[in-house]
Design a protein around this ligand. Structure first.
Ligand SMILES: Cc1cc2nc3c(=O)[nH]c(=O)nc-3n(C[C@H](O)[C@H](O)[C@H](O)COP(=O)(O)O)c2cc1C
Length: 196
């Protein structure tokens, strides 16, 4: 396959921004299903797929999310057409008989090692969150990722009695470029990378 051209690279990451304000333009459920169909194909270790995604669209669900948010983030999140709770299932290994069927010992490996299960769930769930951000932009959406919220309240509100835990939030929609913050610098190659 040919590498992406400059326009595609700009769209998914180089010129893409973290959005704080949103146009009054809905995101259809069909687009959210397309989005998950891309995200689910991203690689995870042992195909564990621990990411779980709660798409908050209704006023009722937004009202439940509001008490979880840091004060400065309330308007940003509540004005978005959709905010997804990017979460992970700590007991993801229960799905291993489907996801890693050729190895019947896979589930037990995690079931008997809580530290390995927790590390794997968080690592791979976070990767799936990043896949979601890139995939959303590839579909023409803008994203507003956010960790300024109370995970504990969020988990009690949305995941009580389950093995699912929130990681971060990501608003989705069509961004209002007037509300962007100034672009911040990044580390240069020599500051962040080594060739050894
Ligand atoms: C996981 C994650 C959590 C973030 N949490 C917040 C947040 O709580 N509040 C906020 O205003 N921005 C938040 N941001 C946005 C970052 O500040 C932003 O991505 C960064 O400054 C780079 O901006 P740019 O993508 O527009 O270049 C978060 C970004 C990520 C990826």
């Amino acid at each position: 396959m040919a590498p992406l051209d400059d326009d595609a690279l700009d769209l998914i990451i180089r010129e893409a921004r973290s959005h704080n304000g949103w146009q009054d333009k809905p995101v259809t459920d069909d687009v959210l299903r397309q989005l998950y169909d891309i995200v689910k194909m991203g690689s995870t270790s042992m195909n564990s797929c621990p990411g779980r995604f709660v798409f908050i669209k209704s006023d009722e669900a937004r009202a439940r999310l509001k008490p979880c948010l840091a004060p400065l983030n309330v308007n940003k999140v509540l004005s978005a057409p959709v905010t997804v709770i990017i979460a992970y299932d700590q007991a993801f290994y229960r799905q291993m008989p489907k996801l890693f069927a050729h190895n019947p010992n896979a589930a037990a490996m995690f079931e008997n090692n809580a530290e390995l299960a927790a590390t794997s769930a968080f690592r791979n769930g976070t990767l799936q969150g990043a896949y979601l951000m890139i995939a959303a932009r590839a579909l023409g959406l803008d994203v507003g990722p956010m960790s300024g919220f109370n995970n504990k309240i969020c988990d009690e509100t949305f995941f009580a009695g389950t093995s699912i835990r929130s990681n971060f939030l990501c608003s989705l929609g069509y961004g209002d470029t007037d509300k962007l913050f100034q672009r911040l610098p990044r580390l240069d190659f020599d500051e962040a990378c080594e060739l050894i």
